[in-house]
Design a protein around this ligand. Structure first.
Ligand code: ATP
Ligand code: MG
Length: 432
């Protein structure tokens, strides 16, 4: 026998069956992913978001400029390779790609405001942990062209409603990062403070003091958190327009009924991230990887990537983390066959295939048995598939056009006419 080939570390298979179990993860099945995805497809367009898809491969340069050289992602997590002279990277996130597409297709000349949503795989070479993978899926939204604060509040309300609908337990955290007018002063004050306590920081944060001091605030190392707790706060440095913006967001959230907590530790390290930042943090069920979605305003990004001076704001949500939470709650959305048809012989098999075809044409899910087995085993198979009804077809049924449709949950038998099967099934299925 040839040697087995295993999946790549940090990637995972999501199967429709109950055999997928890894570490202490509950069984995450494809149905949990469908719940997350379908709820986004249903909800986001109600707010005017339209789906956009960009390639997995982009020029490396896009992420170096769009995410920033001093970030963990660009510094050590990207899958980058040489494509015969061009350096390309498998996208670690989608915002930079969407902004690239927005600029490349001059979208701002066609519409003053753009609302896009996306769904797809992202790639980061991180340490594999529960809720942290090297290939993972994000669903997110981006809004370009509106300076806020109304759009900021609208996005946060969308995220709030989405997670509420899915019954995910979470808290919405909110902060502001100021802008080009006020942040530099804050950065200086923060740097001075961090330098005075440098010896208490982790190695990474000691470097961050000079490259990206704001990032020290969200370091997960407990010693760094202690230092961060005593750091000067952005709030004290906000310029008047940033203050007004932030107050506006909070007032609107109040009017929209969105509960939130102010969290000065919520930061993005780069200059083109401005003002509003927000995160939805699961309050149970995810352990240390508890951030379900993170978002924020990036008023300098479009310009940074060579486009016009256009403001933007968006969030990205981790689908695996959401699916994990749904799996823990035992929630799933699965398509089950309505009817399972088991023919006993060859003549019945041909009729079974034709009946299944008619049922599907009528929009009813149907499966036929492809194996010879006694009626008892056929019923077991129907049960395992989660079918609502089972139909065993023998010589007698074909001759008389009458058959018994067995309702698997209750054991009730309904006599039906084979030539009118789709109508009969629909009538019984809607009857309760
Ligand atoms: P974290 O602090 O958890 O590393 P991040 O700041 O790197 O998050 P973002 O880049 O803002 O995360 O991505 C948004 C969301 O995408 C995260 O909140 C999380 O739900 C999900 N996510 C990010 N990285 C991973 C990963 N490696 N595996 C699974 N999900 C991820
Ligand atoms: Mg990360």
């Amino acid at each position: 026998m040839s040697q087995k080939i295993r999946g790549v570390k940090g990637t995972r298979d999501v199967l429709p069956i109950d055999t997928y179990l890894k570490d202490d993860d509950p069984w995450v099945r494809i149905g949990h992913f469908h719940l997350v995805e379908q709820s986004a497809r249903d909800l986001f367009p109600l707010y005017g978001y339209r789906e956009a898809r960009t390639p997995v491969l982009e020029r490396t340069e896009l992420f170096v400029r769009g995410i920033g050289e001093v970030t963990d992602i660009v510094g050590k997590e990207m899958y980058t390779f040489d494509d015969r002279g061009d350096s390309v990277t498998m996208r670690p996130e989608n915002t930079a790609s969407l902004v690239r597409a927005y600029i490349e297709h001059n979208v701002n000349q066609q519409e003053p405001e753009t609302k896009w949503w996306y769904l797809g795989p992202m790639f980061r070479r991180e340490r594999q942990q529960r809720g942290r993978y090297r290939q993972f899926t994000q669903i997110g939204i981006e809004s370009l062209g509106s300076p806020g604060p109304r759009i900021d509040a609208e996005q946060i309300e969308l995220l709030f409603r989405w997670l509420r609908t899915l019954e995910i337990p979470f808290e919405m955290h909110l902060n502001t990062l100021g802008d080009a007018a006020c942040r530099p002063k804050y950065r200086e004050a923060l740097q001075a403070y961090l330098r005075s306590r440098a010896s208490e920081l982790c190695e990474d944060c000691q470097k961050r003091i000079e490259t990206n001091p704001i990032r020290v605030l969200d370091c997960k190392n407990p010693k760094c958190q202690q230092v961060a707790a005593g750091a000067p706060k952005m709030e004290q440095f906000l310029c008047e327009p940033c203050k007004v913006h932030f107050q506006g967001v909070q007032e609107m959230l109040g009017r929209l009924g969105v509960e939130f907590v102010l969290d000065p530790k919520l930061v993005r390290g780069l200059d083109y991230y401005t003002r509003t930042t927000y995160e939805a943090i699961a309050t149970s069920g995810l352990g240390s990887q508890s951030t379900v979605a993170g978002g924020g305003r990036y008023d300098g990004l479009v310009k940074e990537l060579g486009g016009p001076d256009i403001p933007g704001i968006g969030f990205a949500a981790g689908v695996e983390r959401m699916a994990l939470l749904l799996a823990q709650q035992g929630k799933e959305r699965a398509v089950r066959p309505v009817v399972f048809i088991a023919p006993l012989g060859d003549a019945e098999a041909a009729r079974a295939d034709a009946l299944a075809q008619q049922l599907r044409a009528a929009g009813l899910a149907a499966e036929v048995s492809f194996r010879k087995a006694n009626p008892g085993n056929q019923l077991k198979r129907a049960d395992a598939l989660g079918a609502r009804f089972a139909l065993v077809l023998g010589e007698q049924e074909l001759k008389t056009d009458r058959a018994k449709l067995k309702e698997l949950k209750t054991g009730a038998q309904h006599e039906v006419s084979l030539s009118a099967l789709p109508d009969e099934v629909r009538r019984l299925a809607t009857a309760g």
